[in-house]
Design a binder for this molecule. Sequence first.
Ligand SMILES: *Cc1c(COP(=O)(O)O)cnc(C)c1O
Length: 355
Amino acid sequence: MYKKLFIPGPTHVDDEILEAMSVPMIGHRDSLYSDLHGAVVTKLKKFLGTDDHIYLSTSSSTGMMEGAIRNVVHNKVLMTDCGAFSKRWTEIAQLNGKEIDVIKVEMGQAVTPEMVDEYLSKGGFEAVCITHNETSTGVMNPIEEIGALVKEKYPDVLVCVDAVSSMAGAEIKVDQWNLDIVLAGTQKAFALPPGLCVVTVSKRALEKSLSVENRGYYFNFEVLEKKAIKDQTPATPAISLVNALNVQLDRIFAEGVEKRFQRHLDMAEHVRGWTQKNFALYSDENYLSPTVTNVHNTREIDVVALNAELAKRGAMLSNGYGALKGTCFRIAHMGDLQLADVQWLTDQIDDILGL
Ligand SMILES: *Cc1c(COP(=O)(O)O)cnc(C)c1O
């Protein structure tokens, strides 16, 4: 049976998007593709408030997380660990042989500008990598403030952002916020199927990359840029997904960007209220995510059994991530889900659990 996805990726995909994926194939060196690619990039620039380079990567987001590190970090980088995905990025930097320092906070806590300041003041860092929305804990880190701090006190340090579960669900102003690299896969708040990753790269980040050794090929910004200027990609792109993204960006502008973000906040408010009434919020209430809520399982319900019951009713939520499995469960409220969807979901849970 079809289950509506309330998990933080992949997310529910609307029929109009599925239809946009099932159109006749075009050649990726045909002008039809360049026209499509160019249109998507233009719309993304407007949506993200940037004049930076934008590349469309046929990969999961993790691929481009590795790409960011390999392109702009020659030696030393500041990483964070505030949950599973920031930890993953730290591991990527380590496995690529970079010298790292790590800001580690308890799960459910945010990485603050003060912490970034304290670490960067030690000196020697080329970049700082921040996870905008830590999907494993439902925390949104204050990247606007962190970007401003770095610009003011450490102007040579590049700011790299994993915006996988926030882009298209929360405001990101790439240029205004001083963000050099911002990446996001399409299967989260963009509400497309998985397989495509969007990345913005500032002029200075691209320039820096030219001096970094051992960048590989697939995620190499220089290689990507050579084709991007022709509105193409070096390797065969996921054309169906690019087409779907084009349609989705039109839908985003048609809904209204502000309205879209407000819809995410409205869904988040509903889930938070329900959580506080029946369970407890796990994460720091000053930094709650607008796209996913981490519910502290204070009633010690069997999350697997709950999901099995929800499956019969056509829905699915997520268990706690990693160390939080069982201790928490997560409800995603992002992408093309509507307030009525999350209201329906919490009604189902109330009914199943007899709340
Ligand atoms: C989902 C997610 C990732 C991993 O994305 P993939 O596309 O599966 O590689 C990385 N970071 C964050 C914050 C995520 O939510």
